[in-house]
Design a protein. Structure first.
Ligand code: FMN
Length: 260
């Protein structure tokens, strides 16, 4: 099986998970899977600006390069919190466009941003134009939301973000339903559709796409890596962290050989 070269820093990612991917869990994963790119839990800009930023943002050195995931839709607050995170050593700012929780809906961020590309692109333009060029501004999104579920919509949604300077997308390969399903059900009931993620890669070949959703074993991961740039693991990483040691060493074996 041919895994897509060249390797990107996003080849093997730990999904952001609230009340899971705190600094302690990430430290464990960094020990087990040193090549895995790590994401914080989703944090709101105001929590960072007004809260205990050391408690929220501190991380051990072995976790870097590390990404902060932000959930918000106020461009200035996003920028201010991104600056604080960069001062703490974060090198990637990931914007959440996939969370379907009630809290997120009332704040009009997370998956609601898929319905509101104007606001989203305003946020993204400010971040990509003001942040230092070595800081990656990335997006984690679903394939659609509620009745907005067509490949054309998704393609245009991604294209506008690319035009505004985003070069890396983490795609949770199912849609979100904002009414009637809990966040947990929203991770299980809408069917997975890897095909649309592959189509995005075909349509935007120079953009980096990381596939997320339902990945549990090395065969699945390797199969995906023949089609797209990276994979992101959530629940499996939490359920069986030790398996990541094997995944990491297998996926990065060729680099290891090259370095010896
Ligand atoms: C407990 C839990 C908390 C989550 N919190 C977040 C979050 O803060 N931000 C986010 O983008 N996704 C969050 N997710 C979704 C995951 O990042 C991921 O997209 C989803 O679980 C699908 O991937 P998987 O099948 O590998 O678990 C969460 C998932 C779980 C299980």
């Amino acid at each position: 099986m041919n895994i897509i070269p060249p390797a990107t820093p996003w080849r093997f990612c730990l999904a952001p998970m609230m009340r899971r991917t705190d600094t302690h869990f990430r430290h464990l994963i960094a020990l087990l899977a040193p090549n895995m790119r790590l994401y914080t839990e989703m944090l709101t800009p105001n929590a960072i600006i007004f809260g205990d930023r050391h408690k929220l943002l501190d991380f051990s050195l072995i976790q870097s390069p590390i990404a902060l995931q932000l959930g918000g839709s106020d461009p200035k607050a996003l920028l201010e919190s991104a600056y604080i995170a960069i001062d703490c050593g974060y090198t990637e700012i990931n914007l959440n466009c996939g969370c379907p929780s009630n809290r997120v809906q009332s704040g009009e961020f997370g998956a609601s941003l898929m319905k509101n590309p104007e606001t989203l692109n305003k946020c993204v333009r400010l971040l990509t134009s003001k942040l230092p060029k070595n800081i990656a501004v990335t997006i984690k999104t679903r394939l659609g939301v509620d009745d907005i579920y067509s490949y054309d919509y998704l393609n245009n949604f991604i294209k506008r973000l690319i035009d505004n300077g985003v070069n890396t997308f983490h795609i949770h390969a199912r849609k979100a339903l904002l009414k009637g399903l809990s966040p947990k059900e929203n991770r299980e009931i809408p069917p997975l559709n890897y095909d649309w993620v592959h189509r995005l890669k075909d349509d935007f070949p120079t953009t980096i796409f990381v596939l997320n959703g339902g990945l549990k074993n090395l065969d699945q991961i390797k199969t995906q890596l023949t089609r797209i740039d990276g994979v992101m693991l959530g629940r499996h990483a939490y359920a069986d962290p030790y398996s990541l040691m094997e995944f990491d060493s297998q996926l990065f074996a060729s680099e290891l050989k090259a370095a010896v």
